[in-house]
Each structure stands twice: as structure tokens, then as C-alpha cells.
Write a protein that binds this ligand. Structure first.
Ligand code: PLP
Length: 349
């Protein structure tokens, strides 16, 4: 069966031979030591769980994040639990509040549920406007914060996240999507989800860890929330993950030096491209702490995206609130160089 849903249509379909800097993937795969751990599990693929692979992952997360291991669950990516929390807490009478622009997956789930989806513009310095978010729908079922935010890469300070957790309705859930947190050194929301039952933190291995196609994500949450996310399958999905992905993720998490080096390389590539664009007189949304940034072409983004694709460079999409601005993912130094050359060609054509 072909996948024809809105999410599938929105995902950047790979164009053969193109420089692929459109989907916030890592330009390279898992750390070699983590790939080795996955290969080992391929050979033990006859067992659902050869050893305590899930528990090893939960223990690794607990030790890295300082949260209780029994508040950690693993999923085939973070998209699945993101939909589940919306299904559990939003409804035609309890809405969803998000920023705009932000990662839109939860908008679609809200539409499917018949829940009101309220989109609140980012502040002038590109944070989530938490006070405006609460004021926009004081009785929502779900408040969604993406930090660092997709597509801007900008961070909403933990103090703002804490404020929303303390002031939202007690029976609602605050979802903090930290898919890009590995590029940010400041405080994250893990300990909030480790200590309160109305906050969910989402993490993914699809970005810095280079495992997008292997599918592994995490939730940090209290027991009631965990149970609600599993209510229609009894936990089948979260208990039965591909062991290759679980082992790869466990090993990845503990590679502090490799994480630091990969991050530094990506930051250098990002800043090189941004400096180039600025030299060309283009505006770039400041403050990205992620493997993406946004460039303002000063004219509609969609034709620019198409013109770059004609030069074999596939960049990301734009958001309707900012129609002149494209999201660009950060690739290798060679890929960013190809991007800069293609921009030059298109602008001077
Ligand atoms: N959350 C954010 C903010 C994302 O950008 C993405 C993917 O781009 C996801 C969640 C979903 O990622 P995955 O299902 O691969 O973990």
C-alpha cells in the first residue's frame, strides 16, 4: 500500500543524486561503535529481546539525564508518542496550543481529532510566547513547546517552560519536544518530566545520532501519562522495538566525546553557510541551536526551493506564516559548499 497521508506528502521525498539538506537528517550515519552494537543484534534477531535491551537503554537514559529509569519509554521514533499524547489529552472540547512556525505534526492529529488547534506566533526573539499561548486557550488539553524549535532552531528558556507547566490547567499536559536538544548546552526539560506527572518530554535518535531510518525515540513521563499513551495497544509498540535500533541508541547515548565532535562539526558547517548567505545580503533567523536554520529570500520561498532543486540541492520547506523563508538543514562541509554555490547561481541567474 502506498502511504498517502499528509505527513508522508510533507516529508521531503529524496531526489536521486541531490544534496539532501531538507529533512533535518544527519549527513552521516550512527557512530561506528553504535552501528557495531546494532550489527551484533542482527545476528541475534531470532529473539524478540536477546537480553535486557530495553532496560539497558532506560538505564543509559537515566544516567545521562538524571531521571528515574522507570519514567523512560522507547518508541519507533518520537512521532508515534507525539500523536498518542494528543489523542489522550485533546478532543473536540479540549484544544491544542502550539507556536507558529513550529513542527506541525500535532496540528494534523488535532485536526483529525476535531480539536481546536491554536497557533501562537513566536516572540520577536523567536521564543515560544508562553503567556500568549496560555491566554489563547486557557482550557486546552495539550500545550506543545518545541525547543530548540523546528524550523527556527531557537530555544525557549527553561524558566518559560516551567512557567507554563505551573500555570496551565492541572489536568492538561505540557509536551516539550526536544528532538534537537543535543545541540544546546543550557538546561533542558528532562528533570521536569522526571518529577511531575503533567509534563512529557520527547527525544529522538533521528537527528544528531544519525538513526532516522532506524526509528528510535524516547518519552520521559509519569506513570499515568505512560499508561494513557499505551491504552489502545497495551504497550505493544513500546515493548516490541527492533533490537538493532535499541542497542544502537543505548551505545550512542554514552559517546560523550563523539557527540561533542559531531556537534562541533555541524555547528561549523552551519555557521559557514550562514556567514556566506549574510555576505550575499540575505537575512537569516538568528539564534539556531540545531542542525537547521531559516533563510529569508525576500521573495516567495517555494520558487527558490524549486530553483535550488534544479541545481541539485534539495532544501526544506517554508511555513505559511513566513512564506518568504525556507528551512535549510545542515549537511557536511561539502554539501553546505554545494548549497552556497547553488544559491549564488540562482541569485545571479
Ligand atoms: N519532533 C520534531 C521537532 C521533529 O523535527 C521531528 C522530525 O523531524 C520529529 C519530532 C519526529 O521525528 P522522529 O519520528 O523521526 O523521531
Amino acid at each position: 500500500m502506498r502511504v498517502t497521508g499528509a505527513a508522508a506528502q510533507q516529508a521531503a521525498k529524496p531526489v536521486a543524486g541531490a544534496v539532501r539538506i531538507g529533512a533535518n537528517e544527519c549527513w552521516t550515519g550512527p557512530f561506528p561503535v553504535a552501528a557495531e552494537a546494532a550489527y551484533k543484534l542482527v545476528n541475534e534477531g531470532n529473539r524478540y529481546e536477546p537480553d535486557n535491551e530495553h532496560q539497558k537503554l532506560f538505564d543509559a537514559v537515566a544516567s545521562v539525564e538524571g531521571v528515574p529509569a522507570d519514567r523512560v519509554l522507547a518508541w519507533p521514533g518520537s512521532s508515534d508518542p507525539l500523536s498518542r499524547v494528543a489523542v489522550a489529552y485533546a478532543s473536540p472540547t479540549r484544544g491544542i496550543v502550539t507556536a507558529d512556525p513550529t513542527y506541525e505534526a500535532i496540528w494534523r492529529t488535532g485536526d483529525w481529532l476535531g480539536a481546536k488547534v491554536t497557533k501562537v506566533p513566536l516572540t520577536s526573539d523567536y521564543r515560544h510566547d508562553v503567556k500568549a499561548m496560555l491566554a489563547a486557550d486557557p482550557n486546552a488539553g495539550v500545550y506543545y513547546i518545541c525547543s530548540p524549535n523546528n524550523p527556527t532552531g531557537t530555544v525557549t528558556p527553561l524558566a518559560d517552560i516551567q512557567w507554563l507547566a505551573d500555570n496551565k490547567p492541572k489536568d492538561s499536559i505540557l509536551v516539550v519536544d526536544e528532538a534537537y536538544i543535543h545541540w544546546y548546552d543550557g538546561p533542558n526539560a528532562a528533570k521536569l518530566a522526571g518529577s511531575r506527572d503533567d509534563v512529557l518530554v520527547l527525544r529522538t535518535f533521528s537527528k544528531l545520532f544519525g538513526m532516522a531510518g532506524m526509528r528510535l525515540g524516547l518519552t520521559l513521563a509519569g506513570p499515568t501519562l505512560m499508561e494513557k499513551m499505551m491504552r489502545y495497544d497495551g504497550g505493544q509498540v513500546t515493548a516490541m522495538l527492533p533490537m538493532t535500533a535499541v542497542a544502537c541508541g543505548t551505545t550512542s547515548l554514552t559517546q560523550a566525546a563523539l557527540i561533542k565532535a559531531r556537534r562541533a562539526e555541524m555547528v561549523a558547517n552551519r555557521e559557514m553557510a550562514i556567514a556566506y548567505l549574510k555576505k550575499k545580503g540575505l537575512k537569516v533567523v538568528p539564534g539556531s541551536h540545531a542542525n537547521m536554520f531559516m533563510v529569508d529570500w525576500g521573495k516567495p520561498a517555494k520558487p527558490m526551493m524549486e530553483a535550488l532543486l534544479a541545481q541539485n540541492v534539495q532544501i526544506g520547506r517554508s511555513w505559511s506564516i513566513w512564506p518568504n523563508v525556507s528551512r535549510v538543514s545542515v549537511g557536511s562541509a561539502q554539501e553546505m559548499d554545494a548549497f552556497c554555490k547553488a544559491v549564488d547561481k540562482v541569485l545571479t541567474a
